[in-house]
Design a binder for this molecule. Sequence first.
Ligand code: RAM
Length: 899
Amino acid sequence: MTHLNAGHLRCEYQENPLGIDVLNPRLSWRLFSDRRGARQTAYRIIAAPSADDVTAERNLIWDSGRVESDQSIHVVYAGERLRSRQRVFWRVQVWDETGSLAVGPIAWWEMGLLRRTDWSASWIGATLVGGRWTTIPAPLLRRSFTLDAPIVQARLYITASGLYECTINGQRVGEDVFTPGWTDYRQRVQYQVYDVTGLVRTGENAIGVILGDGWYCGHVAWSGRQQYGDRPKLLAQLVVTLANGKTQTIVSNRSWRYAFGPILESDILHGESYDARLEIPGWDTPDFDDSSWQPVELFTAPDIALVAMRGPTVRRHEELRPITPPTAFHSHQTTRWVFDLGQNMVGRVRLRVRGPAGVTVTIRHAEMLNPDGTIYTANLRSARATDHYTLRGDSDGEVWEPRFTFHGFRYVELSGYPGVPDMEAVTGIVIHSATPPTGEFSCSDPLINQLQHNIVWGQKGNFLEVPTDCPQRDERLGWTGDAQVFIRTAAFNMHVAPFFTKWIRDLEDAQSPEGAYPPVAPLAGIGGLTDGGPAWADAGIICPWTIYLCYGDTRLLEEHYPSMQRFVEYLERSSRDFIRCYEEYPGFRGFGDWLALDGSGRTDGGTAKDLIGTAFFAHSARLLSRIAAIIGRSRDATRYRRLFERVRQAFITRFVTGAGRVTGETQTGYVLALHFDLLPPELRPAAADALARDILARGVHLSTGFVGTPYLPHVLTSVGRLDLAYALLLQQTWPSWLYPVTQGATTIWERWDGWTHDRGFQDPGMNSFNHYAYGAIGEWLYATVAGIDVDPECPGYRHLVLRPRPGGGLTSARAALDTMYGRAVSDWHIDGDRFVWTIVVPPNTTATAYVPAVEGTIVQESGRPAEESEGVTLVQRDEETAVYRVASGNYTFVAERVG
Ligand code: RAM
């Protein structure tokens, strides 16, 4: 009898991926067992051209043989060389420590088009180009085609410069939106692959594509349109395998025709205008007569990489309904109806309306309301964020949702609405990258639970194709600093490894020839700045490192290692005596401690830029040294370790007094010095005291910005001031995490004082109410309050550090996390004198469990002395904690004071 199961098969993080271009994909699986200590001792993987072949173990293209190993994630395929379009079926067999065998289900992956010559399609489009500030209608492209025999299978390989939405015989292909995604189109574009076997048929067929401007030629940030090219273009290749053994390929080429239809304008920042009277019924079906349409234009293929997707696509997710009936604002000309969806969200509105043909309903979007209840749009800057729908006049009503735009909003204003809209008139469609939820956090304090909710919604709203800063104004860029501070929190809330795998490549694409990483990736919309400066550019090291920690991904480190080296060498060259961004540095000295409130009104805070620069130089050098060691470059590891020591010494000499004071005496200065281990050990207590004093002197308030805030609670915890970390967390007056919560925020704000009860709105020139950076506190909630953390020596949660640190008067906290190995849980509550803690350690992992137990406390597990319990070994006991090594399984520890 075996209690072991194997399942959850993944290839390159994905379930049965269709269209990958990784030649030696990595395979992962999970073990399922209730038994304590369940772990893998050996595996065998077989792969074959069909599921039947796998079952019968014949025609194998790979048989790993039995491998004595506990590795169950990222096992590299080492079979026959993979070809374009090949589908591979695979299965894993797993042996556990009792010798039991489990056989997993059969999974597959399918290769995309690996060589340029696999593409016979041409780039096509329409004639209109518009201008830098002038938009164009969205062209419809189509052709009919005949399939001569019954169909076995059909695949669509498709991409665009711009955005596409494809239909075959009038039916939508897939559910993705904003495809093919955002990359630096001057260097690379992604294609998608769809199984369209069910959409094509023997005989006459039609394929239709609507092209949108998207990031390629629509407005990006405040820099106008046509950042990459002048108009949208399509590349599509439909490959149909017929029952007669032949393959028929339909490609985008000269034979297609185009026309303009109902989408008069569609722009990510400005919105979409749709005139339903201009719809062309049946345009994407075979019977349609397109003789009045224009032949498409043909374009030479751009000399860029055509790559399969690595990250998730963007999808439509949940739907939000108004929470109250709309409020009406009447003026002599029109009535404006304002709806409240109850949640600051990102996506768009589905409109329901009934009225005469030719009536136009205008939809505006806003995150906040003015004091008079009208919508507040000043913070959108130049983004119009307005959709228009002109009715066809259907007697039973019309439903419309825009295609190629998204907005950041909680409030929706309708004007021009015929009659009185009811609650059904508006539905919010939430849109973001398909990063499945992996984490849950909750505790006994409802305000902190709301904070966690706000962090998650900030992530949803800003993980749309790339990690952006904001989703509403004329910006929405992949700010590297923001991504770097939030990535760890993001990796708790959702499965973000593929999302960052893709974006880290964008970051490398954006690296300057000198080796600098930019402030935004993809690099667009911000003019010529190529060095993001301290804490922004360093995302190029911190992000791959964090994905390694959370998902055990060493390949990502290997792939980007040369780029990371170029960056650190750039820092060496551009610093002076190891001081980065020294005062006279001629280049960009960085954004400072962005939006900290200790800078006398300046947005870059009060912490010196050379201090921040040198601290991050040290940090990046040290991380690179660790990365080098992990991927087997021990000489480099030594070299970068020495570099770290030198930068550290320069930091001490330049910024630290003999009494442990850090120049400038800002909280962020102390936080960086302590967190990056830049101080002589004997000076740490003095520095920690100075930090604590400053917090207290401000009435238990932080003064940190984007750079210092994420590390602040960790630093306080590590220097023995958990009490202060909790006090800051629970602080309700601004600046604090909970102040916006007490003001009804449903997302994280860009600024501590985005709105205050005494001053109202901050400068509308930069005041987003959906900005995840300060949401980086989420990591501390999971890792310290609830107590689930990684062990850097055993990344990917192969060994978990379970260490809840109760405090702040909380009586319970719980976190759950879907790791690569399965679900981990840490769930504690205080019950009188008892600390009750339930943990789940996934199969094939181990954990170190720290039970808070002061001297004189006895610790039991499932009703017996913990150290006698199965799967539990006492490692250490001190005045505060009992530390156990724990095998996989479920446990309940109870610590109770005796006497
Ligand atoms: C603003 C945003 C963004 C930040 C940059 C420096 O555009 O606040 O989040 O990274 O400035």
